[in-house]
Write a protein that binds this ligand. Structure first.
Ligand SMILES: [Mn+2]
Length: 315
């Protein structure tokens, strides 16, 4: 039942060897602070299992993104001390991947872990921006609770970059938001965070694809100049529960599959994506179709980031 060699996509050695791979999947089965439904600790294993069923050919891109090389790390062991220590453990693992000039893609696990990966990327790329896809604003004050918490994941991530930076400005856009506390609304206003509500996205459906892509371009411009380093964090609950119900905290009225992939593709074409994550899958909480969608989304990221890196500058 427990295979020691779990390789994303079931790739053969030539396309999954660490030395030659451009991408490294970092599985982190950790969910100590999720509040509503637990089970995101089973997410990484389920995503890798589902990835074995994927076709490696990508019809949209007309290639096999696996050719870029995808190495799969063993699962990062949960730290039993505190979520803060766990975030630091993720930071150290991701820092190692970055220093070997590879793109880490963390699969969670709860969203708190993002703060560690972002800190590692921010240490190497001080002008790092964050594109954050989520149903929830995730900007609760982390110091009100005893622990670093998934409901503070974006605020912790912004803090992690600010610590290493001379200026306090961090380019951030949060997309898909449809749930926030009053305290979070205050934080968003005071910090002039650009938030794209899921409702705004839904309204562009009636204006067709060009309205959608104009919105994405406007959003991405806020993250900095072309070629700037970007970290992408995808909480799977940004998607509508009809796409993925198997998340810790589902919210109705989410983004559809093509809305998310079109945003990710445009972001990857415009920026130098130096790290990414796909978090919060709780496989036992919904149909297996959601787990499969999560695996496909990870693979989409590989294709979008890898193809651009291969093609060099888009100018
Ligand atoms: Mn989140």
């Amino acid at each position: 039942m427990f295979s020691s060699a779990r390789v994303f996509g079931g790739l053969e050695a030539e396309r999954s060897d660490y030395l030659t791979s451009q991408f490294v999947i970092v599985p982190v089965p950790y969910d100590a602070t999720t509040t509503y439904r637990s089970g995101t600790r089973d997410g990484p294993r389920a995503i890798i299992d589902a990835s074995l069923q994927m076709e490696l050919w990508d019809l949209e891109l007309g290639c096999e993104p696996a050719d870029h090389g995808i190495h799969t790390f063993p699962e990062v062991e949960p730290h039993l001390g505190s979520s803060k220590l766990m975030v630091e453990r993720v930071r150290d693992v991701v820092a190692g991947v970055i220093s070997d000039d590879k793109v880490p893609i963390m699969i969670g696990g709860e969203h708190t872990l993002t703060a560690g990966a972002v800190e590692a990327c921010g240490a190497v790329y001080p002008d790092l921006a964050i594109l954050y896809l989520d149903a929830h604003a995730d900007v609760r004050d982390p110091y009100l609770g005893a622990e670093w918490n998934h409901a503070s994941a974006l605020r912790l991530s912004i803090g992690a970059i600010r610590r290493g930076r001379a200026v306090s400005e961090v380019p951030v856009v949060a997309v898909g938001i449809r749930s926030a506390a009053a305290e979070e609304a205050d934080y968003i206003r005071e910090n002039e965070l650009r938030v794209v509500l899921a409702q705004e996205v839904a309204e562009t459906r009636y204006g067709g694809m060009s309205a959608r892509d104009r919105m994405w371009d406007e959003v991405l411009e806020r993250l900095g100049p072309r070629e700037a380093p970007l970290y992408i964090s995808v909480d799977l609950d940004c998607l509508d529960p009809s796409v993925i119900a198997a998340v810790g905290t589902p919210e109705p009225g989410g983004l559809d599959w093509y809305e998310v992939t079109s945003l990710l593709r445009r972001a990857c074409e415009r920026f130098k994506v130096v790290g990414a994550d796909v978090v919060e899958l709780a496989p036992d909480e919904g149909p297996v179709a959601g787990t499969f969608a999560a695996a496909k989304l990870v693979y989409k990221l590989v294709g979008y980031i890898g193809n651009r890196a291969q093609g060099g500058s888009s100018d």
